[in-house]
Write a protein that binds this ligand. Structure first.
Ligand code: SF4
Length: 519
Protein backbone atom coordinates (compact mmCIF):
# COMPACT_ATOMS: atom_id res chain seq x y z
CA UNK A 1 0.00 0.00 0.00
CA UNK A 2 1.32 3.44 -0.87
CA UNK A 3 1.61 5.83 2.04
CA UNK A 4 0.46 9.39 1.24
CA UNK A 5 3.29 11.89 0.67
CA UNK A 6 5.41 12.28 3.78
CA UNK A 7 4.53 15.11 6.16
CA UNK A 8 6.60 18.28 5.76
CA UNK A 9 8.35 19.33 8.94
CA UNK A 10 10.37 22.49 9.56
CA UNK A 11 12.50 22.67 12.71
CA UNK A 12 13.96 26.08 13.54
CA UNK A 13 16.49 27.16 16.13
CA UNK A 14 15.01 30.64 16.62
CA UNK A 15 17.48 33.41 17.35
CA UNK A 16 17.82 37.18 17.60
CA UNK A 17 21.26 38.51 16.81
CA UNK A 18 22.17 41.21 19.29
CA UNK A 19 23.85 43.36 16.62
CA UNK A 20 20.95 42.88 14.18
CA UNK A 21 23.43 41.12 11.87
CA UNK A 22 21.22 39.51 9.19
CA UNK A 23 23.76 36.97 7.95
CA UNK A 24 24.08 34.62 10.90
CA UNK A 25 27.36 33.46 12.44
CA UNK A 26 28.53 30.38 10.56
CA UNK A 27 32.07 30.73 11.92
CA UNK A 28 31.08 30.96 15.55
CA UNK A 29 31.92 28.14 17.96
CA UNK A 30 29.89 26.76 19.63
CA UNK A 31 26.77 26.51 17.50
CA UNK A 32 23.36 25.60 18.93
CA UNK A 33 22.36 22.00 18.27
CA UNK A 34 18.84 21.79 19.75
CA UNK A 35 17.18 21.67 16.32
CA UNK A 36 19.39 18.75 15.26
CA UNK A 37 18.57 16.76 18.42
CA UNK A 38 14.85 17.45 17.85
CA UNK A 39 15.19 16.27 14.25
CA UNK A 40 16.57 13.03 15.68
CA UNK A 41 13.17 12.32 17.27
CA UNK A 42 11.63 11.76 13.80
CA UNK A 43 12.04 8.44 11.97
CA UNK A 44 14.66 8.86 9.26
CA UNK A 45 13.41 8.88 5.67
CA UNK A 46 9.74 8.80 6.67
CA UNK A 47 9.15 12.53 6.90
CA UNK A 48 10.25 15.45 4.75
CA UNK A 49 12.45 17.24 7.27
CA UNK A 50 14.29 20.55 7.16
CA UNK A 51 16.35 21.79 10.12
CA UNK A 52 17.36 25.45 10.13
CA UNK A 53 19.50 27.43 12.56
CA UNK A 54 18.94 31.18 12.60
CA UNK A 55 22.09 31.47 14.67
CA UNK A 56 24.16 29.87 11.91
CA UNK A 57 22.35 31.12 8.80
CA UNK A 58 20.55 34.28 9.89
CA UNK A 59 16.81 34.98 10.15
CA UNK A 60 14.53 32.66 8.17
CA UNK A 61 12.48 35.09 6.09
CA UNK A 62 11.96 33.06 2.93
CA UNK A 63 8.18 32.94 2.39
CA UNK A 64 8.38 29.63 0.51
CA UNK A 65 9.97 27.91 3.52
CA UNK A 66 6.69 28.22 5.42
CA UNK A 67 4.40 26.90 2.68
CA UNK A 68 2.76 23.45 2.82
CA UNK A 69 4.05 22.64 6.29
CA UNK A 70 2.42 19.99 8.45
CA UNK A 71 4.48 20.83 11.51
CA UNK A 72 6.72 23.65 12.69
CA UNK A 73 9.01 22.82 15.62
CA UNK A 74 10.69 25.67 17.49
CA UNK A 75 13.51 25.79 19.98
CA UNK A 76 15.76 28.55 21.31
CA UNK A 77 16.70 30.47 24.42
CA UNK A 78 14.06 32.36 26.40
CA UNK A 79 15.01 35.71 24.84
CA UNK A 80 14.00 34.26 21.45
CA UNK A 81 10.32 33.92 22.45
CA UNK A 82 9.27 36.87 20.26
CA UNK A 83 11.13 35.35 17.32
CA UNK A 84 9.22 32.10 17.86
CA UNK A 85 5.99 34.09 17.71
CA UNK A 86 7.08 35.61 14.37
CA UNK A 87 7.85 32.18 12.93
CA UNK A 88 4.52 30.85 14.21
CA UNK A 89 2.69 33.69 12.42
CA UNK A 90 4.53 32.90 9.17
CA UNK A 91 3.76 29.18 9.34
CA UNK A 92 0.09 29.66 10.23
CA UNK A 93 -0.34 32.22 7.43
CA UNK A 94 1.28 30.10 4.73
CA UNK A 95 0.16 26.70 6.05
CA UNK A 96 -3.19 26.96 7.85
CA UNK A 97 -3.60 23.88 10.02
CA UNK A 98 0.14 23.49 10.54
CA UNK A 99 0.83 22.13 14.04
CA UNK A 100 3.25 24.36 15.96
CA UNK A 101 5.39 22.74 18.64
CA UNK A 102 7.74 24.65 20.94
CA UNK A 103 9.98 23.48 23.73
CA UNK A 104 12.98 24.26 25.87
CA UNK A 105 13.58 27.07 28.35
CA UNK A 106 11.06 29.37 26.64
CA UNK A 107 8.18 27.09 27.55
CA UNK A 108 9.46 26.46 31.07
CA UNK A 109 9.88 30.17 31.80
CA UNK A 110 6.83 31.45 29.92
CA UNK A 111 4.31 28.61 30.38
CA UNK A 112 1.19 30.76 30.08
CA UNK A 113 2.28 32.72 27.00
CA UNK A 114 3.61 29.54 25.38
CA UNK A 115 0.35 27.65 25.91
CA UNK A 116 -1.53 30.58 24.35
CA UNK A 117 0.80 30.73 21.32
CA UNK A 118 1.76 27.17 20.38
CA UNK A 119 -0.30 24.01 19.82
CA UNK A 120 2.16 21.98 21.87
CA UNK A 121 4.17 23.78 24.56
CA UNK A 122 6.59 21.09 25.77
CA UNK A 123 8.31 21.74 29.05
CA UNK A 124 10.10 18.39 29.17
CA UNK A 125 13.32 17.30 27.50
CA UNK A 126 13.89 16.41 23.86
CA UNK A 127 12.30 12.97 24.41
CA UNK A 128 8.91 14.69 24.79
CA UNK A 129 9.11 15.43 21.07
CA UNK A 130 8.67 11.71 20.39
CA UNK A 131 5.36 11.72 22.28
CA UNK A 132 4.14 14.70 20.23
CA UNK A 133 5.13 13.04 16.94
CA UNK A 134 3.35 9.85 18.02
CA UNK A 135 0.17 11.78 18.84
CA UNK A 136 0.15 13.90 15.67
CA UNK A 137 1.42 11.44 13.03
CA UNK A 138 1.57 7.99 14.62
CA UNK A 139 4.19 5.56 15.86
CA UNK A 140 5.64 5.06 12.36
CA UNK A 141 7.04 8.62 12.36
CA UNK A 142 8.97 8.25 15.65
CA UNK A 143 12.68 7.36 15.76
CA UNK A 144 13.92 4.56 17.98
CA UNK A 145 16.84 6.51 19.47
CA UNK A 146 17.40 10.24 19.43
CA UNK A 147 20.70 10.92 17.71
CA UNK A 148 21.40 14.44 16.44
CA UNK A 149 20.92 14.78 12.67
CA UNK A 150 24.24 16.37 11.70
CA UNK A 151 23.47 15.27 8.14
CA UNK A 152 20.77 17.97 8.01
CA UNK A 153 23.16 20.77 9.00
CA UNK A 154 25.04 22.66 6.32
CA UNK A 155 28.02 23.21 8.62
CA UNK A 156 31.42 23.01 7.05
CA UNK A 157 33.35 23.83 10.23
CA UNK A 158 35.96 21.56 11.79
CA UNK A 159 33.92 20.78 14.92
CA UNK A 160 31.31 18.15 15.86
CA UNK A 161 29.05 18.72 18.86
CA UNK A 162 28.40 15.95 21.38
CA UNK A 163 26.60 15.93 24.72
CA UNK A 164 27.57 13.62 27.60
CA UNK A 165 25.33 15.04 30.32
CA UNK A 166 22.37 17.31 30.91
CA UNK A 167 21.91 20.33 33.20
CA UNK A 168 24.30 21.25 36.03
CA UNK A 169 24.88 20.44 39.68
CA UNK A 170 25.62 24.06 40.65
CA UNK A 171 23.25 26.97 41.10
CA UNK A 172 24.90 30.17 39.92
CA UNK A 173 22.45 33.00 40.49
CA UNK A 174 22.48 34.25 36.88
CA UNK A 175 22.31 30.91 35.09
CA UNK A 176 19.39 29.73 32.96
CA UNK A 177 19.91 26.22 34.33
CA UNK A 178 19.38 27.44 37.88
CA UNK A 179 16.06 28.88 36.69
CA UNK A 180 15.13 25.51 35.21
CA UNK A 181 16.10 23.65 38.38
CA UNK A 182 16.43 20.27 36.68
CA UNK A 183 18.59 17.52 38.13
CA UNK A 184 22.07 17.02 36.67
CA UNK A 185 22.60 13.65 35.08
CA UNK A 186 25.14 11.96 32.86
CA UNK A 187 24.35 9.88 29.82
CA UNK A 188 25.01 6.21 29.57
CA UNK A 189 28.48 5.51 28.05
CA UNK A 190 26.79 3.53 25.25
CA UNK A 191 24.79 6.62 24.23
CA UNK A 192 27.94 8.77 24.31
CA UNK A 193 29.64 6.25 22.04
CA UNK A 194 26.61 6.18 19.72
CA UNK A 195 26.76 9.98 19.39
CA UNK A 196 30.49 9.95 18.68
CA UNK A 197 30.08 7.27 16.02
CA UNK A 198 27.14 9.18 14.53
CA UNK A 199 29.12 12.45 14.15
CA UNK A 200 31.08 13.27 10.98
CA UNK A 201 34.49 11.56 11.35
CA UNK A 202 37.96 13.10 11.66
CA UNK A 203 36.79 16.39 13.09
CA UNK A 204 37.44 17.93 16.49
CA UNK A 205 34.76 17.16 19.05
CA UNK A 206 33.29 19.83 21.30
CA UNK A 207 31.46 18.39 24.29
CA UNK A 208 28.75 20.97 24.76
CA UNK A 209 27.63 19.82 28.21
CA UNK A 210 27.29 22.70 30.61
CA UNK A 211 29.27 20.62 33.08
CA UNK A 212 31.38 17.88 31.50
CA UNK A 213 33.07 17.09 34.83
CA UNK A 214 29.91 16.51 36.85
CA UNK A 215 29.46 15.29 40.40
CA UNK A 216 30.77 11.72 40.24
CA UNK A 217 34.41 10.77 39.70
CA UNK A 218 33.44 7.22 38.69
CA UNK A 219 31.06 8.44 36.00
CA UNK A 220 33.66 10.96 34.82
CA UNK A 221 36.35 8.30 34.45
CA UNK A 222 33.95 5.86 32.73
CA UNK A 223 33.12 8.54 30.20
CA UNK A 224 36.80 9.35 29.65
CA UNK A 225 37.49 5.70 28.98
CA UNK A 226 34.95 5.63 26.14
CA UNK A 227 36.30 8.87 24.70
CA UNK A 228 39.93 7.76 24.97
CA UNK A 229 39.35 4.49 23.15
CA UNK A 230 37.41 6.15 20.30
CA UNK A 231 40.04 8.88 19.98
CA UNK A 232 42.75 6.22 19.76
CA UNK A 233 40.66 4.50 17.10
CA UNK A 234 41.05 7.71 15.09
CA UNK A 235 37.36 8.61 15.06
CA UNK A 236 38.13 12.27 15.85
CA UNK A 237 41.23 14.42 16.09
CA UNK A 238 40.92 15.57 19.69
CA UNK A 239 38.39 17.30 21.86
CA UNK A 240 37.39 20.31 23.92
CA UNK A 241 34.95 20.37 26.84
CA UNK A 242 33.26 22.79 29.22
CA UNK A 243 34.20 22.17 32.85
CA UNK A 244 33.32 23.85 36.14
CA UNK A 245 35.94 25.39 38.45
CA UNK A 246 36.00 22.40 40.84
CA UNK A 247 37.57 20.30 38.06
CA UNK A 248 40.90 22.01 38.80
CA UNK A 249 40.93 20.95 42.46
CA UNK A 250 42.48 17.58 41.55
CA UNK A 251 45.60 17.86 39.32
CA UNK A 252 45.05 14.23 38.24
CA UNK A 253 41.99 15.39 36.28
CA UNK A 254 44.18 17.35 33.88
CA UNK A 255 46.43 14.36 33.28
CA UNK A 256 43.40 12.13 32.71
CA UNK A 257 41.76 14.37 30.10
CA UNK A 258 45.03 14.94 28.31
CA UNK A 259 45.60 11.18 28.07
CA UNK A 260 42.12 10.86 26.55
CA UNK A 261 42.83 13.32 23.71
CA UNK A 262 41.72 16.60 25.28
CA UNK A 263 43.16 19.66 23.53
CA UNK A 264 41.41 22.39 25.45
CA UNK A 265 38.97 23.27 28.21
CA UNK A 266 36.47 26.08 28.53
CA UNK A 267 35.44 27.24 31.98
CA UNK A 268 33.15 30.06 33.06
CA UNK A 269 35.60 32.30 34.91
CA UNK A 270 33.02 35.16 34.78
CA UNK A 271 35.14 37.49 36.93
CA UNK A 272 38.39 37.51 38.90
CA UNK A 273 36.69 39.56 41.61
CA UNK A 274 35.94 37.39 44.65
CA UNK A 275 33.08 39.57 45.89
CA UNK A 276 31.39 39.31 42.48
CA UNK A 277 31.81 35.52 42.45
CA UNK A 278 30.11 35.34 45.84
CA UNK A 279 27.35 37.61 44.59
CA UNK A 280 26.85 35.22 41.66
CA UNK A 281 26.89 32.24 44.07
CA UNK A 282 29.65 30.76 41.93
CA UNK A 283 31.31 28.98 44.82
CA UNK A 284 33.06 26.41 42.63
CA UNK A 285 35.30 29.18 41.25
CA UNK A 286 36.62 29.85 44.74
CA UNK A 287 37.88 26.29 45.29
CA UNK A 288 41.21 26.94 43.50
CA UNK A 289 42.60 30.46 42.87
CA UNK A 290 41.45 31.10 39.32
CA UNK A 291 44.70 32.43 37.90
CA UNK A 292 46.56 29.45 39.35
CA UNK A 293 44.06 27.02 37.77
CA UNK A 294 44.49 28.67 34.37
CA UNK A 295 48.29 28.57 34.56
CA UNK A 296 48.32 24.93 35.69
CA UNK A 297 46.03 23.98 32.82
CA UNK A 298 48.14 25.73 30.18
CA UNK A 299 51.40 24.39 31.61
CA UNK A 300 49.92 20.88 31.43
CA UNK A 301 49.51 21.32 27.67
CA UNK A 302 45.74 21.87 27.70
CA UNK A 303 44.48 25.11 26.13
CA UNK A 304 42.21 27.19 28.35
CA UNK A 305 39.35 29.45 27.28
CA UNK A 306 36.83 31.36 29.30
CA UNK A 307 34.16 34.02 29.33
CA UNK A 308 33.95 37.17 31.42
CA UNK A 309 30.92 39.15 32.44
CA UNK A 310 30.35 42.53 34.01
CA UNK A 311 27.42 43.79 36.03
CA UNK A 312 27.15 47.60 35.96
CA UNK A 313 24.35 47.43 38.53
CA UNK A 314 26.78 46.13 41.17
CA UNK A 315 30.17 47.21 39.75
CA UNK A 316 31.43 50.69 38.99
CA UNK A 317 32.95 51.50 35.62
CA UNK A 318 36.25 52.06 37.40
CA UNK A 319 36.18 48.56 38.91
CA UNK A 320 35.27 46.98 35.57
CA UNK A 321 38.00 48.91 33.74
CA UNK A 322 40.53 47.82 36.37
CA UNK A 323 39.63 44.18 35.81
CA UNK A 324 39.97 44.57 32.04
CA UNK A 325 43.33 46.30 32.48
CA UNK A 326 44.54 43.46 34.71
CA UNK A 327 43.53 40.80 32.21
CA UNK A 328 44.96 42.52 29.15
CA UNK A 329 48.22 43.02 31.06
CA UNK A 330 48.47 39.49 32.51
CA UNK A 331 50.25 37.34 29.95
CA UNK A 332 50.06 34.10 31.95
CA UNK A 333 46.35 33.87 31.09
CA UNK A 334 44.76 34.06 27.63
CA UNK A 335 42.35 36.82 26.71
CA UNK A 336 38.68 35.92 27.12
CA UNK A 337 36.73 34.23 24.35
CA UNK A 338 33.54 36.08 25.34
CA UNK A 339 32.86 39.35 27.11
CA UNK A 340 29.34 40.33 28.04
CA UNK A 341 27.15 42.12 30.52
CA UNK A 342 25.58 39.96 33.23
CA UNK A 343 22.07 39.01 32.11
CA UNK A 344 19.30 38.83 34.73
CA UNK A 345 17.61 35.97 32.87
CA UNK A 346 13.96 35.29 33.44
CA UNK A 347 13.32 33.03 36.42
CA UNK A 348 16.85 33.14 37.87
CA UNK A 349 17.65 34.24 41.43
CA UNK A 350 19.35 37.28 39.88
CA UNK A 351 16.13 38.17 38.06
CA UNK A 352 14.18 37.96 41.34
CA UNK A 353 16.80 40.12 43.03
CA UNK A 354 16.53 42.76 40.28
CA UNK A 355 12.73 42.78 40.56
CA UNK A 356 12.83 43.06 44.37
CA UNK A 357 15.35 45.94 44.21
CA UNK A 358 13.47 47.61 41.32
CA UNK A 359 16.69 47.46 39.35
CA UNK A 360 15.18 46.84 35.90
CA UNK A 361 15.16 49.84 33.58
CA UNK A 362 11.79 51.13 32.32
CA UNK A 363 10.42 49.49 29.16
CA UNK A 364 12.87 46.60 29.43
CA UNK A 365 12.32 44.01 26.70
CA UNK A 366 12.79 40.25 26.74
CA UNK A 367 14.66 40.27 23.43
CA UNK A 368 17.34 42.52 24.93
CA UNK A 369 18.41 39.85 27.44
CA UNK A 370 21.44 39.21 25.27
CA UNK A 371 24.43 40.28 27.39
CA UNK A 372 24.96 43.15 25.00
CA UNK A 373 22.21 45.53 26.06
CA UNK A 374 21.96 47.13 29.50
CA UNK A 375 18.85 45.84 31.31
CA UNK A 376 19.30 47.24 34.83
CA UNK A 377 20.01 50.58 36.48
CA UNK A 378 23.79 51.04 36.67
CA UNK A 379 25.78 52.48 39.57
CA UNK A 380 27.34 55.06 37.22
CA UNK A 381 25.66 57.37 34.72
CA UNK A 382 23.60 55.64 32.03
CA UNK A 383 25.43 57.28 29.12
CA UNK A 384 28.87 56.32 30.41
CA UNK A 385 27.79 52.74 31.03
CA UNK A 386 26.19 52.51 27.57
CA UNK A 387 29.54 53.56 26.10
CA UNK A 388 31.28 50.91 28.22
CA UNK A 389 28.81 48.29 26.92
CA UNK A 390 29.37 49.40 23.32
CA UNK A 391 33.12 48.88 23.65
CA UNK A 392 33.06 45.77 25.82
CA UNK A 393 32.49 42.88 23.42
CA UNK A 394 35.56 43.76 21.35
CA UNK A 395 37.72 45.35 24.01
CA UNK A 396 37.68 48.52 21.91
CA UNK A 397 40.53 50.89 22.66
CA UNK A 398 42.90 48.10 23.76
CA UNK A 399 44.50 47.17 20.45
CA UNK A 400 48.10 47.89 21.49
CA UNK A 401 47.67 46.08 24.81
CA UNK A 402 46.15 43.06 23.03
CA UNK A 403 49.06 42.82 20.60
CA UNK A 404 51.57 43.07 23.48
CA UNK A 405 49.56 40.43 25.34
CA UNK A 406 49.79 38.04 22.37
CA UNK A 407 53.56 38.32 22.35
CA UNK A 408 53.87 37.75 26.10
CA UNK A 409 51.45 34.83 26.05
CA UNK A 410 53.37 33.19 23.22
CA UNK A 411 56.63 33.49 25.15
CA UNK A 412 55.08 32.00 28.30
CA UNK A 413 53.51 28.92 26.73
CA UNK A 414 55.39 28.20 23.50
CA UNK A 415 56.92 25.07 25.06
CA UNK A 416 53.82 23.62 26.74
CA UNK A 417 51.20 24.22 24.00
CA UNK A 418 51.26 22.70 20.54
CA UNK A 419 51.34 24.88 17.43
CA UNK A 420 47.63 24.41 16.72
CA UNK A 421 46.66 25.17 20.34
CA UNK A 422 48.77 28.33 20.31
CA UNK A 423 47.38 29.46 16.94
CA UNK A 424 43.83 28.94 18.19
CA UNK A 425 44.36 30.98 21.35
CA UNK A 426 46.28 33.76 19.61
CA UNK A 427 43.67 33.93 16.85
CA UNK A 428 41.06 34.51 19.54
CA UNK A 429 43.11 37.41 20.94
CA UNK A 430 43.81 38.87 17.53
CA UNK A 431 40.17 38.84 16.49
CA UNK A 432 39.58 41.18 19.43
CA UNK A 433 42.24 43.53 18.07
CA UNK A 434 41.63 43.03 14.35
CA UNK A 435 38.08 41.65 14.02
CA UNK A 436 37.54 42.65 10.42
CA UNK A 437 40.68 40.83 9.32
CA UNK A 438 40.35 37.61 11.24
CA UNK A 439 36.72 37.07 11.95
CA UNK A 440 33.79 37.51 9.67
CA UNK A 441 30.81 36.74 11.86
CA UNK A 442 32.03 35.40 15.18
CA UNK A 443 32.04 38.61 17.15
CA UNK A 444 29.56 41.44 17.07
CA UNK A 445 30.47 43.53 14.07
CA UNK A 446 29.96 47.19 13.45
CA UNK A 447 27.58 47.86 10.59
CA UNK A 448 25.62 50.90 9.52
CA UNK A 449 22.67 49.77 11.63
CA UNK A 450 24.91 49.29 14.70
CA UNK A 451 25.28 53.02 14.88
CA UNK A 452 21.56 53.20 15.70
CA UNK A 453 21.94 50.91 18.69
CA UNK A 454 21.83 52.60 22.09
CA UNK A 455 22.89 49.57 24.20
CA UNK A 456 20.14 50.50 26.71
CA UNK A 457 16.97 48.40 26.64
CA UNK A 458 14.63 51.37 27.15
CA UNK A 459 15.71 52.93 23.87
CA UNK A 460 17.35 50.06 21.98
CA UNK A 461 15.60 49.73 18.58
CA UNK A 462 13.78 46.43 18.10
CA UNK A 463 15.36 45.85 14.73
CA UNK A 464 13.91 44.83 11.37
CA UNK A 465 12.62 41.40 12.42
CA UNK A 466 9.66 42.97 14.20
CA UNK A 467 8.27 44.03 10.82
CA UNK A 468 6.77 40.98 9.08
CA UNK A 469 8.96 39.77 6.22
CA UNK A 470 5.80 39.14 4.18
CA UNK A 471 2.09 39.71 4.60
CA UNK A 472 0.67 37.76 7.55
CA UNK A 473 -2.93 37.18 8.62
CA UNK A 474 -4.64 40.03 10.45
CA UNK A 475 -4.94 37.90 13.59
CA UNK A 476 -1.16 37.59 13.84
CA UNK A 477 -0.33 41.28 14.24
CA UNK A 478 0.17 40.86 17.98
CA UNK A 479 2.86 38.24 17.28
CA UNK A 480 5.14 41.10 16.25
CA UNK A 481 4.81 43.14 19.46
CA UNK A 482 7.77 42.82 21.83
CA UNK A 483 7.39 40.95 25.11
CA UNK A 484 8.03 43.48 27.85
CA UNK A 485 9.78 42.76 31.15
CA UNK A 486 8.82 46.12 32.66
CA UNK A 487 6.36 48.86 31.81
CA UNK A 488 7.22 52.51 31.21
CA UNK A 489 7.45 53.13 34.96
CA UNK A 490 9.85 50.22 35.51
CA UNK A 491 7.28 47.96 37.23
CA UNK A 492 7.19 44.26 36.33
CA UNK A 493 4.97 43.63 33.32
CA UNK A 494 1.68 41.85 34.19
CA UNK A 495 2.13 39.08 31.61
CA UNK A 496 5.61 38.25 32.87
CA UNK A 497 4.35 38.23 36.46
CA UNK A 498 1.49 35.90 35.49
CA UNK A 499 3.90 33.49 33.78
CA UNK A 500 6.29 33.42 36.71
CA UNK A 501 3.49 32.88 39.24
CA UNK A 502 2.11 30.00 37.21
CA UNK A 503 5.56 28.49 36.88
CA UNK A 504 6.16 28.64 40.62
CA UNK A 505 2.78 27.17 41.53
CA UNK A 506 3.15 24.36 39.00
CA UNK A 507 6.54 23.45 40.42
CA UNK A 508 5.07 23.33 43.89
CA UNK A 509 2.19 21.18 42.67
CA UNK A 510 4.19 18.72 40.59
CA UNK A 511 7.58 18.84 42.26
CA UNK A 512 9.27 19.36 38.88
CA UNK A 513 12.13 21.76 38.68
CA UNK A 514 12.83 21.68 42.41
CA UNK A 515 15.00 18.59 42.61
CA UNK A 516 18.21 20.40 41.82
CA UNK A 517 21.05 18.89 43.83
CA UNK A 518 24.35 20.61 44.44
CA UNK A 519 27.66 18.85 44.80
S1 SF4 B 1 28.38 26.17 36.72
FE1 SF4 B 1 27.83 27.01 34.72
S2 SF4 B 1 26.14 25.74 33.99
FE2 SF4 B 1 26.37 25.36 36.19
S3 SF4 B 1 24.90 26.73 37.18
FE3 SF4 B 1 26.89 27.78 37.09
S4 SF4 B 1 26.87 28.97 35.18
FE4 SF4 B 1 25.23 27.45 35.07
Amino acid sequence: MNRPSPPRILIVLAHFDETRNPRGRPDFIPQGTGHLFLAGAFARDRVDLRAYSEFHDGPLVDEAAFADLDMLVLTGVTAAFDRMQHLTAYARTKSPGCVVVAGGPVVRNLPVSSAETFDYACDGDVEEMQAVIREVFGEWAVSETILPRFDLANWRGPVSYIETSRYCNFKCSFCALTAEGRRYHSYDPAYIEAQLRNAPPKKYVLFIDNNFYGNSKDVFYDKLEVIRSLWREGLFQGWIALVTGDFFRDPANLEAVRAAGCLGLFSGVETLNEAQLKRYQKKQNLVVPQLEAIQTCLNAGVAFQYGLMFDPSSQTIEAMQEELAFITGETTMPLPAFLSLTIPLLGTPLFDECVADERFLPSAKLRDMDGFTLMTRPLDGLEDVALFARKLSRLDGNRARILRHCLGFYRNYRHSLSGRQMIHLLANSLRLALPSVLHRHGLPTRSGSDENLTYVTTTQPLGPLYTPAFRVGEGFRSHFAPTMITDASGALDDTIARNLEFRTSRRQRTGTGIEHSSS
